[in-house]
Write a protein that binds this ligand. Structure first.
Ligand SMILES: Cc1cc2nc3c(=O)[nH]c(=O)nc-3n(C[C@H](O)[C@H](O)[C@H](O)COP(=O)(O)OP(=O)(O)OC[C@H]3O[C@@H](n4cnc5c(N)ncnc54)[C@H](O)[C@@H]3O)c2cc1C
Length: 435
């Protein structure tokens, strides 16, 4: 062995290595460890959670740069974590929406409903046959409103424009019940889940080799970790284009599935102001006066954080990718220009800003997976399929219905852990028969 960082010197014949300490990796490792298995987690970053990431540099306002919502609490495995770790959550009313016309005047509720209904008709048609109305310049307020609801549905929900998405498969599965956020930070669900696990940070896994007898996991530090099985939970972006290779190489079917699937973008921009200058009784605000669709969706987090003057803007798809390539200063300039147009002189200049930049992050390379035209849920099943009964795959992209969610990631990790345990039982049975 070249290096032995934290390696216990055993031959790894009964050890499972989990690559990645996000929701999938922690879900897998917890199940294996609780079943008494020898499990080591290798994580490239210096923290757990992956795309669940709470920044605590703003006093009194934990900022979630990755996931914020538990999408439906009924039957959701995250609800079980919420209850087990007694994490306070808040129900959000996602229908609490105020649409503002280009002059900043609130659009009456009945017209808002007509805009939404018009957008839903277009979405229904897209779902049926993939057709979309011609890309006319929609300038009147009604059409701007329709465009906002379409943008919210495609770019901000799925991280890609409708032309980048398969109209047959783009819908994801969420649970029934309330949509909840975690005011104290989403990582409160995962830090306790990681307690007591053998997690080795700063371990960038670069290569995984296997033969008939076992697996060796190689890291950028030159460490080689032998094991009986590995569960790979790195994001789709890293599998597609990151520095992780396999020998033998991934089977052609898996490579083809990787090529068909893609990563989408949801860019989060959190802005903190000297004071609240918007209607903080409403959670979601849509502003119809932007040049393109960017900077039209805003959330007020003031009520969530005891009146703290904080807004979140979501920008998905190509606009989100463009924003993530800008400096903080330029992002603040663009956001402020929109707020000035909307609120006039009442708009304050932000005192602080945070942008998520998952597209620039080498251990994510995008926000979450999407299903482009030509791809299908079968590609996700192909991605999830184990190799030689020893190399297992988990992560949101490998869940055929709940991809792009935290619960999908968690469930996929547990599925892979069960497959590892079932494989060991089969091997033990075969050994007993052969003995
Ligand atoms: C902006 C944004 C908002 C979102 N909002 C929501 C939401 O509100 N609700 C929801 O349910 N979902 C949401 N999601 C999706 C959700 O966050 C993800 O689906 C989920 O967290 C993915 O978990 P995972 O374990 O599959 O991957 P990750 O969390 O990315 O975990 C993979 C881990 O592997 C590590 N890694 C990568 N490469 C290597 C390597 N070479 N060696 C070692 N380790 C490596 C990474 O550092 C990471 O820790 C959002 C995502 C984003 C980006």
């Amino acid at each position: 062995m070249n290096g032995t960082d934290g390696i216990d010197g055993t031959d790894g014949t009964r050890r499972t290595v989990v690559v990645g300490a996000g929701a999938a990796g922690l879900g897998a490792a917890r199940l294996l460890a609780d079943a008494g298995r020898d499990v080591v987690v290798l994580e490239a970053r210096d923290r757990v959670g992956g795309r669940v990431h709470t920044d605590r540099t703003w006093e009194g306002v934990p900022v979630d740069l990755g996931a914020s919502w538990i999408h439906g609490v009924r039957g959701n495995p995250l609800t079980e974590l919420r209850d087990r770790f007694q994490v306070p959550t808040a129900v959000t009313d996602l229908d609490s929406l105020l649409v503002h016309d280009p002059s900043g005047t609130p659009v009456p509720g009945d017209e808002q409903a007509r805009m939404r209904a018009h957008a839903e008709e277009i979405i229904d048609r897209f779902d049926r046959d993939g057709s979309l109305p011609a890309a006319a310049r929609w300038t009147d307020t009604h059409r701007r409103g329709v465009r906002y609801f379409l943008w919210q549905h495609f770019e901000n929900e799925f991280g890609a424009g409708p032309r980048e998405l398969s109209h047959r498969w783009y819908s994801d599965a969420v649970f029934a019940g309330e949509q909840e956020i975690v005011p104290g930070g989403y990582d409160q669900l995962f830090r306790p889940l990681s307690a007591g696990l053998d997690i080795r940070f700063g371990q960038d896994v670069t290569h995984i080799s296997h033969d008939g007898t076992g697996v060796t996991v190689h890291t950028a530090r030159g460490t080689e970790l032998p094991c009986s099985d590995v569960i790979v939970t790195v994001p789709l972006g890293v599998l597609r284009g990151g520095g992780l290779s396999f020998s033998p190489d991934l089977p052609p079917a898996k490579r083809e599935a990787l090529d068909r699937l893609a990563m989408g973008t949801l860019s989060k921009t959190w802005l903190r102001f000297p004071r609240v200058f918007w209607d903080d009784a409403v959670l979601t605000h849509a502003y119809l006066g932007t040049e393109d669709d960017a900077w039209s969706e805003w959330y007020s987090f003031a009520r969530v954080h005891d009146g703290a003057p904080v807004l979140l803007s979501l920008n998905g798809g190509p606009a989100g990718r463009a924003i993530e390539a800008l400096s903080d200063r330029d992002i603040a300039g663009r956001a402020t220009a929109v707020l000035r147009r909307w609120f006039g002189d009442a708009a304050e200049t932000p005192v602080a800003l945070q942008n998520s930049r998952w597209t620039q992050d080498p251990y994510a390379l995008g926000s979450y997976s999407i299903t482009p035209p030509g791809a299908s849920p079968e590609d996700r099943d192909t991605l999830a399929a184990p190799i030689a009964g020893r190399i297992h795959f988990a992560g949101e992209a490998t869940h055929s219905t709940c991809h792009q969610t935290v619960h999908g990631a968690l469930l996929s990790g547990r599925r892979a852990a069960r497959a590892v345990m079932a494989g060991s039982r089969r091997a033990a049975g075969a050994a007993a028969v052969g003995s």
